[in-house]
Every structure is written in structure tokens, then in C-alpha cells.
Design a protein around this ligand. Structure first.
Ligand code: FAD
Length: 815
């Protein structure tokens, strides 16, 4: 039994594939004074019974990045750490039943190519040549991934642990962490074997992560599903084929039927994600046991019957095989199915690397990302998709259960842009939710807040079925167009609850902000955009600074950024700060009133000075209540934001709505806003603005005040300025057909890949398809013709002037 050291720099709680990979990556980076504590034997959680599939496929750029990295790591790991490793790279065939599925595949092929992976599309006859046992008559094609494979999860974990140990890190088994406490800015980790003091701690406890989180006062947003696979005996035909071919069959994923089928020796392994799925440990009569090490749930074949029959129809030789074994184990789910990797919200020097549903194929990349978080407080790739702070206070247990069941039952579903998933909804309502609902609002949740996406008219098809398309047009498009044109021609009002808002007040606040943002702090009475850079000059976030008085201002930011941005601010407060930062998001609400008639509407309900210029704000009254009137418009028209106390919002809305009727006031939603903003080249957070890009690459030079003696990121940005940026933010007008460019579409110049899109949409005011993106700097010249690959097809695109496409001189905004 290993002895428990009394101190360490980092303690990792949990010895599954992810904890072991985290330890390995820390040690490899030179942080060898790290300990992994495992309550049982390594792999005792989900890892020991995992099927071990290692796909690289993902429709998410960051998850694909992690999986691609894992596959690369696993190829050389056995030799590197001198540990036997069963890793078979067999390739995989992912079947498509529909045109939309093939479009999804083509998009992923483009992303994969950009990441250096040669994915390919197969026709039904080509499927046969890769997978002779499959029935293909009803298929539209397939995606072939030569990098897909399978690994023995226990060997993988042991190899990572051995590698870490060999470098000096420690693994202590049979050592459950029972509590933690904070003492003198250190963590004290308590176990039956004694205590360890450490600087950093990582929750890598897999499906026990919620229990471990509680020790830190953290409610980890997760739930646990039962997940099964079936192992079948040797199939003589498969054995004969395999022996002759000299290799295994590629893994088959029938994603539209929702299962994978893998050759296991000369038999098969069938693993469905069934719609009639089952959660565990979510009700009082099924409590989570204190210890479930190396245990399984009872087999539940009934749930899998449909999938088994479907798989037999697809691969008839499976019907001849005897079922030899079933595995039914616990698998944790976060509400969106992505893991939690990054800072533990609100808890100092504590991190999470837990709640993995694909923790074998992601362990390699996750270890790298986690180690970067711990060592540097930032990661090489933008990892917002896995950042624990993407969830805030609305993720109660029922929410997690509803979303987990939804995700599991649709594990391979296509995520269409106009489909707003129905589970876990109505967590947070705007004060005028019922009013806008009555106007036809179709809702989607942002950080738990229900916002109108578009407004349907009676008779519009608002069914889920209608949204199953990648195409721009559908029942929503005439409505979105009308909303955009109303904003252009008369006026529109958009309800925007949950805009994150921090009140900063007290001596030194302005000076502090000056040192943190790249640009100027606006004067009292004014509002301006501020960009926050990290030490590498990369874009951390964007906030509006509403200056009320010297040392008193509000910072307003995206709904989703609430915990992320608050943490960035508080982390950078001086230790002896005389000012305070308060999250007042839930106290206020906001409406955007914008369009050429906005002034006339407001003039009827307020005596505010409506000639105050763009980027100013003032307190005023509407319907006898106070509000802050802010002269900005993300839609790029004459307009104001009406910031009200939540309880006053209905009265303000009613007054404006009534006054607006004769001025053509129309409600508009987030879909229209996205179209309007893209025509203005306004960036969206975590699409166009992310840590994948620097402030200068992002084309935000005009928000940099080089005359300031210092600000965070200045040295890196100065270096970059001197050396010249390698890629540049551009606006493109695209000769698109039915679909606009989604996030991370490849940009081509001849046969060369020269950049990627960060967002795309149809601009209804200009009648063109617009994409924002990052392009190799020498090509970022107005008039340059390039091509954008949209769902596999290349479309001509032209680089635009560095000005808005609509109202280039902002005359309408300033009117
Ligand atoms: C049937 C099935 C098949 C699967 N197939 C695949 C697949 O093919 N590919 C894939 O990528 N993923 C697959 N998965 C998912 C995969 O198993 C998990 O995502 C992965 O194992 C998670 O690894 P982990 O290290 O995060 O967690 P775990 O392996 O669960 O490890 C967490 C560890 O923390 C320890 N621990 C908990 N509490 C404490 C404490 N208080 N103190 C100390 N230690 C503690 C536990 O004992 C455990 O060993 C499958 C899952 C199931 C159920």
C-alpha cells in the first residue's frame, strides 16, 4: 500500500481514465508533485466496464480537438510508457439514412480536414466494400473515419498512471476522500489514511462527482444514466472474413437508429443509446450507494430489443450469434452531454474534470486541458463547450435529469439550428413572458432564461418536425424577415431577460478597470464596449461599460457569460480593493427598442432627452417608473435599451407597446437580432469572440488604447503588432444557396485552406448571405475572392471592407 504524503501541489480525486490522464499530463509538464487518490482500485468507476470506443467524430470543434488529440496520444502511449496496450485502429463507418444526415457528415468532414484528419464520405456501394455484411439499400451514404478505433480502458488508465508514476507523481489507491477544508489558502484533503495539504485540487470522481462536489459546497450539474452493451459469441462468417482480410471490421454506427456495432474478437458488441432510457439514483427509492466500485446494474434486455432487431436487419450475420454477456453500467451526464473540465465555479484553486459520457475517447485531451487549467489558468484551445461555468444557478436536480434523459435518448441526434430542445425548459421567465408568449413567441433558453427566438402567426407550423433541416428557410423565415424589415422601416421591440450585469462601486474601481480592459473607460453618462484580454493577448470576453459616475459603473455581458465573467473580474480584483463587485443580474431586465420610429414612440411615454447622442445613457421615467435609457442598438438602427427593475418591466413594456401601435411597433426575436447584428459585423461571444483568437486577429484594434502605460495583455499584443498578425477577422458576402455558413466552415483559396468562419447568417436588410471569419492576413483585403465550404459544397465569397455591410457609416444609429 502506498504511503500517503502529507503535502502535494495538486491532489486529483478519482482514478478513472480521466483522473489518470490528468495526473499524466501534469507530470509530463513537470508538475510531478501531484497525487491521485482513488477510493478503490484504479478504474473502479465507469472506466472498467466501458466499451472502449475511441471515435474522433464530433460536430463540436472543441470536442473533436480533444478526441483527435486522444487518438494521437493513444497510438504512442504503450511504447512511451512501456505498458502493453490493446489499441485497434479499425476505422468506422457512420451510416446516414437521410439527406440531412449526409449534410451533417459533410460538415464534419470539413472540420476534420481542418484538424488534419482525412474523413471521407462513402456512397452506399462504397459502404459495402468497407463493410461487406451491411445492408445498404435504404442508406444515403456514410462517413468513413480511418482514425476510429477501440482501446482497453483499464490498460489505458494503467498506462497513464504508470507514465505519471515513472515521472514522479503518486497514485494512492483504496484512499477515499471523505472531506476537504480550506486552511491558510491551502486545501486540506481528508482521507482515512491521513490528510494531504495541497495548493490545487481536482474533482475527477466520474459519476460520484456530485458527492465530491458537495465537499466543496458545489452542486455539480449532473445525473446518472444506465448504459448497456451486449457481447455476442463468435460468428463463423466473420471469423473467416477477418482471417482472410487480416484485420477487423470497421466499427459501424447506425446513428439514425442509434447504436454502434463493433467487432469484438470474432463476435460483436452492440451498444444502443435507447429512447426508452433509464436514469439511476434519481429517486428516493433508488438512492445512490456509498460505493458502487466494480459493480453493474441488472441486465435490462427489454429496453434494447428494438435496437437488436434493427441491428440484425442491418447486419444479418448478427442474427446467427448467441448473446454471451451484457454490461449495464452507470454513465454520468451533464445537461448538454459534454463533460465538465475547468475551474470549479466559485471555489478557489479547485477544478473539475468529471461527468464524462465519452471519457475513454476524451480522456487524453481532457488530461491536457485540465493540466493547462491548473498550471496556467487558461487553455490552448477555447474550451467553453466543456467549461463548468457554462451552467449557473438554474440546474437543479430535476433539470439535470430531464436534460440528461433527453440527451441520452438523442445521443446521435442532429442539432438543427432552428430546433430548440424541449426538456428542462421554463427555468427562468422574463417579467413579460406571458405577454410575449401571447404574441406568438417561440422560445429558447439562454442561461436558463426563456427568450423569444421568433414570433409565429396563427397557422404557422411550429412543430418539431418542421425544424429538422439545415436549410435557412422554413416556417420561421418569412416571420424573421418581417421582423428584420420592421426594425429597418418602423420599430421593433425585443425582450432580453437575463443580460448578465455586475455593479462595480467604490474608490479605485475606474483605475482598476482601466488596467484590465484593452481600451478606454467611458466617461460618466456614457456607455462603451470593453474587451478583456488574457496575458497572451487572446479575447477573454466583451462587456458593455455603463459609467454612472466616477468609480461607479455597471458591466453588462452575455447571459451565458454570467459566472465566467464574474469570476474573471473577481479573480483580478486587488487583494485590498476598496470597491465591490455585485452580481445584480436578477434585479434588472432589458428591452431593446429599435428602428427609425423608436424616438417617436419614446417621445409619447417619456420626457427623457431623446436627442442625447449614441452611446449615452440617462435615468428617466416611463409610466411613472424609473428606468435607465441607453442609446445603443445591437441591431444597428436608431434605438435604445430600456433597463428596468424586474418588477417594473411589465408597466414599461405596456406603455411602450401601446404607444408603439400607431408607429408599426413589432416584436422581434433573437433570430432576427442575429441577422441584424451580422450585417453590422457585430461579434458574438464564443463564436466570433473566443480565446482561439487574439484581440488583434479579432480586428478589435480600435478598442485598444496603446497610450495606456499598461493593461492586461499589452506586452503580448505589442509583440504581435510588431510582428504582424497572421490572420485577420473579415466580413464575407457569400454566394450561398439554401444554407448559410455555420461556425467553423472552412475557407479556401484555390486548393489551400486559409481560414474558418466564426458565424454566418442571412442578412435580410441587405438580401445577402453573410459570414464572419478568420482569414490568412495576406488575403484579408477587400475584394479578394475566396470560397467557403458549407456542408461540403464550396461557395464563392468576397472579402468586404472593414465596415458594416448595412449603414456603413452608422448614420442610422446616430440619427
Ligand atoms: C456501458 C458503458 C460503455 C461505455 N463505453 C464507452 C466507450 O466506448 N467510449 C467512451 O469514450 N466512453 C464510454 N463510456 C463512458 C466511460 O466509461 C466514462 O466516460 C469514463 O469511464 C469516465 O472516466 P472518469 O475517469 O471520468 O470516471 P470514472 O471511471 O468513473 O472514475 C472516477 C473514479 O473516482 C473514484 N472516486 C469517486 N469518489 C471518490 C472519492 N471520494 N475519493 C477517491 N476516489 C473517488 C471512483 O472510485 C472512480 O474510480 C461507457 C460507459 C458505460 C457505462
Amino acid at each position: 500500500m502506498s504511503e500517503l504524503p502529507s503535502t502535494a501541489r495538486v491532489v486529483i480525486i478519482g482514478g478513472g481514465a480521466v483522473g489518470a490522464s490528468s495526473l499524466y499530463h501534469l507530470a509530463k509538464a513537470g508538475w510531478t508533485d501531484c497525487i491521485l487518490l482513488e477510493k478503490n482500485e484504479l478504474t473502479a468507476g465507469s472506466t472498467w466496464h466501458a466499451a472502449g470506443n475511441v471515435p474522433t467524430f464530433s460536430s463540436s470543434w472543441s470536442l473533436m480537438n480533444m478526441q483527435r488529440y486522444s487518438a494521437g496520444l493513444y497510438r504512442g502511449l504503450g511504447a512511451e510508457v512501456d505498458y502493453p496496450m490493446n489499441y485497434h485502429v479499425t476505422g468506422s463507418v457512420r451510416l446516414g439514412h437521410s439527406r440531412e444526415r449526409l449534410q451533417e457528415f459533410k460538415r464534419v468532414v470539413g472540420m476534420g480536414r481542418y484538424q488534419g484528419m482525412e474523413l471521407d464520405i462513402l456512397s452506399p456501394s462504397e459502404i459495402k466494400s468497407r463493410y461487406p455484411f451491411a445492408e445498404t439499400h435504404d442508406l444515403t451514404g456514410a462517413l468513413y473515419d480511418p482514425n476510429d478505433g477501440d482501446i482497453d480502458p483499464a490498460q489505458l488508465t494503467q498506462a497513464l498512471a504508470k507514465g505519471a508514476r515513472d515521472m514522479g507523481a503518486k497514485v494512492v489507491r483504496f484512499c477515499p476522500v471523505t472531506s476537504v477544508r480550506r486552511e491558510n489558502d491551502e486545501w486540506v484533503i481528508v482521507t482515512p489514511k491521513g490528510e494531504v495539504r495541497c495548493e490545487y485540487v481536482v474533482n475527477a470522481a466520474g459519476y460520484y462527482a456530485r458527492e465530491v462536489g458537495k465537499m466543496f459546497g458545489r452542486d455539480v450539474p449532473m445525473m446518472v444514466m444506465s448504459h448497456q452493451y451486449m457481447l455476442f459469441d463468435t460468428i463463423p462468417e466473420l471469423e473467416a472474413w477477418s482471417k482472410e482480410a487480416g484485420h477487423k471490421l470497421p466499427l459501424l454506427r447506425d446513428v439514425d437508429s442509434s447504436y454502434y456495432l463493433r467487432q469484438e474478437k470474432y463476435g460483436m458488441n452492440l451498444g444502443p443509446y435507447e429512447k426508452n432510457c433509464k436514469a439511476h439514483w434519481v429517486t428516493k427509492d433508488d438512492p445512490m450507494p456509498e460505493d458502487f466500485s466494480f459493480q453493474l446494474f441488472p441486465d435490462d434486455l427489454e429496453r434494447l430489443e428494438w435496437y437488436l432487431n434493427d441491428a440484425i436487419e442491418r447486419v444479418p450475420i448478427l442474427g446467427t450469434a448467441g448473446l454471451s454477456k451484457m454490461i449495464n453500467g452507470p454513465i454520468p451526464y451533464a445537461p448538454d452531454g459534454n463533460p465538465l473540465i475547468g475551474p470549479m465555479p466559485g471555489v478557489p484553486n479547485a477544478f473539475e474534470a468529471c461527468v464524462f459520457t465519452f471519457g475513454i475517447c476524451q480522456a487524453g485531451g481532457a488530461g491536457k486541458v485540465l493540466a493547462e487549467w491548473v498550471m496556467h489558468g487558461e487553455t490552448e484551445w477555447d474550451m467553453w463547450s466543456c467549461d463548468p461555468r457554462r451552467y449557473t444557478n438554474y440546474t437543479d436536480p430535476q433539470y439535470c435529469i430531464d436534460k440528461g434523459m433527453e440527451i441520452y435518448g438523442h445521443e446521435y441526434a442532429m442539432h438543427f439550428p432552428k430546433h430548440y430542445w424541449p426538456a428542462g425548459r421554463d427555468r427562468k421567465h422574463s417579467a413579460i413572458h406571458d405577454r410575449i408568449k401571447a404574441l406568438g413567441a417561440q422560445f429558447k433558453a439562454y442561461n436558463g432564461w426563456e427568450r423569444a427566438m421568433w414570433y409565429a402567426k396563427p397557422g404557422d407550423d411550429t412543430s418539431e418536425a418542421a425544424t429538422q433541416t439545415w436549410n435557412r428557410n422554413g416556417p420561421w423565415s418569412p416571420r424573421i424577415e418581417a421582423e428584420c424589415l420592421a426594425v429597418r422601416d418602423t420599430a421593433g421591440i425585443l425582450d432580453l431577460p437575463g443580460f448578465s450585469r455586475f455593479r462595480v462601486k467604490g474608490p479605485g474601481a475606474t483605475e482598476w478597470l482601466k488596467g484590465l480592459i484593452t481600451g478606454r473607460v467611458p466617461k460618466p453618462g456614457r456607455i462603451g464596449l470593453a474587451y478583456f484580454s488574457d496575458d497572451k493577448g487572446r479575447i477573454v470576453t466583451e462587456m458593455s461599460v455603463m459609467m454612472l459616475d466616477e468609480d461607479f459603473f455597471f458591466l453588462i455581458t452575455a447571459a451565458a457569460a454570467q459566472w465566467h465573467d464574474l469570476e474573471w473580474l473577481t479573480k483580478h480584483m486587488p487583494a485590498n480593493a476598496a470597491f465591490t463587485i455585485d452580481d445584480v443580474t436578477e434585479q434588472f431586465s432589458c428591452q431593446i427598442l429599435t428602428g427609425p420610429n423608436a424616438r417617436a414612440i419614446l417621445a409619447e411615454v417619456t420626457d427623457a432627452d431623446l436627442m442625447k447622442p449614441w452611446l449615452t445613457h440617462q435615468s428617466c421615467q416611463i409610466a411613472g417608473i424609473w428606468l435607465q435609457l441607453v442609446r445603443v442598438s445591437f441591431a444597428g438602427e436608431l434605438g435604445w435599451e430600456l433597463h428596468t427593475k424586474v418588477e417594473d418591466t411589465p408597466a414599461a413594456f405596456d406603455a411602450v407597446w401601446a404607444a408603439g401601435q400607431k408607429h408599426g411597433l413589432t416584436p422581434f426575436g433573437m433570430e432576427a437580432l442575429d441577422s441584424l447584428r451580422i450585417e453590422k459585423g457585430y461579434r458574438a461571444w464564443k463564436g466570433d469572440l473566443s480565446t482561439d483568437y487574439t484581440i488583434l486577429q479579432g480586428g478589435l484594434d480600435r478598442f485598444v488604447d496603446w497610450s495606456k502605460p499598461s493593461f492586461k495583455g499589452k506586452p503580448a499584443l505589442e509583440r504581435e503588432k510588431q510582428q504582424g498578425v497572421t490572420k485577420r477577422f473579415v466580413t464575407l458576402v457569400v454566394d450561398a444557396s439554401d444554407r448559410d455558413a455555420p461556425y467553423m466552415s472552412t475557407l479556401w483559396h484555390g486548393d489551400e485552406v486559409v481560414g474558418e468562419t466564426t458565424s454566418g447568417n442571412w442578412g435580410y436588410r441587405i438580401g445577402k448571405s453573410v459570414a464572419l471569419g478568420m482569414l490568412r492576413a495576406d488575403l484579408a483585403v477587400p475584394g479578394t475572392e475566396i470560397e467557403v465550404e458549407i456542408f461540403g459544397d464550396k461557395h464563392r465569397a468576397v472579402v468586404q471592407e472593414d465596415k458594416p455591410l448595412f449603414d456603413p457609416d452608422n448614420e442610422r444609429l446616430r440619427a
